[in-house]
Design a protein around this ligand. Sequence first.
Ligand code: NAD
Length: 462
Amino acid sequence: MVELKHTVVDELPKIAEELRATFRSGKTRPLAWRRHQLHQVARMMQENKDEFTKAIAYDMRKPALEVYAAEIGPITERALKSAEQLEEWAKPELVSVPDWQKSWQPTLTKMPKGVVLNIAPWNYPIILTLQPLIGAIAAGCCCVVKPSELAPAIAQLLADLVSRYLDPSAYRIVNGAVTETTKLLELKWDHIFYTGNGRIARIVAAAAAKHLTPVTLELGGKSPVIVDPSYDLELAAKRILFGKACNAGQICVAPDYVLIPRSQQDELVEAMKARIAECYPEGTLKSDSYGRIISDLHQKRLKSLLNATKGVVVTGGQTDDDRGFELTIVKDVGKGDSLMSEEIFGPILPIVPVDSMDEAIAFVNERPHALVLYAFTEDPQVKQQITDTTASGSLVFNDTFQQLSVNETPFSGVGESGYGGQVMKYTFDGFTHLRTTIDIPKEAEPTLEVRYAPYTAEKLSI
Ligand code: NAD
């Protein structure tokens, strides 16, 4: 049993003040210093791979391959690439202006926002905790990081390692739960980056509003999958299940439900059943390639959603005492079903039969904007229709989850799925203030003459 050592609440204002003093001293500004800290993040990941893998296995039995592919690998790569690209991101940008303003040299200077707070969730407890930190380091900010208490082994490991690998006068891990986070939110920050659910996001945004602090909200929701019946259904089944089975469906971008024309529903279901048998011949509960649910409470929530469904469970549905939950497919799920009432965030995949692609699109549009909209189709017209008539944080054709491996695009929600973005330069941008700098030379005076009183008729006619 890992005991998470909570940070003493009374010390939190002191920690914030220490970081503010460091920021004011200018220590975090030089690019070479930032690059060193970024290299240290990569070094921390590489030198402690086994500890990270063990801790995450303790917290949620996440298979090692998933930890390397979706947490340790990308964090190492992104820390190194951020260090490599930093100079380009941070350089001042001269703005193109009309000839008469050219001598003013309007420039955008990339200023670190200051001392920032990063509140992270449990489901990808390494990458979602360290990725915003990488952006804060790159931007030249100081940062307090609050890992999720629901992944205590990782939270404790991060507290131990970050203090050893990074400069503690600029970067601190604060551990704890609601009490500690509530205290953190009372303090004044220059930016708050929150990843988690929409209910807490509202608490975070309201607390930030008291200090007019800008916020990034990386949230979730029900990410739909639309399947065009002319698509290869075996491949669709394979690719949808990949995004649903990883981390036992506890992914913000997991396919939440599938919309498919009624006549093709059974064909897709059979393809999914065959695929599950192929990937997990011993069954998901006994497989080493399949994770566990984060807590008994979360397992219970999933069980009650499943117990209340009016759909037909075609495979799965079993649980065990070790927080296991079988990969479960439910067909004939209707609009008002329990499985459509909230983000599933677990290994249950409802299939909602529809009568047409138009009905599928209307179904999506009746609901809050999703973090991702997935669509399986090779028809350019259908792609265009979906692109033009729907809204979501991202739109992904013909695969699931894999989009997060693209370092060059922002990952962000829209509406209920959040605002602001992240990954590499986009995280840097979030923690950076674009300061306009203009220097109007004495020699520009003749071109400015017109603005001065007296406002003569001659000036009016120019
Ligand atoms: P969680 O329970 O770990 O909570 C997230 C953070 O909020 C934790 O650090 C926690 O301590 C803090 N918190 C909890 N209660 C609080 C309170 N009352 N006041 C202030 N802070 C509080 O994680 P979760 O919310 O269950 O995460 C799952 C959700 O996050 C899902 O909706 C998922 O879709 C979403 N998510 C989004 C992304 C993304 O990048 N868009 C990534 C992962 C998860």
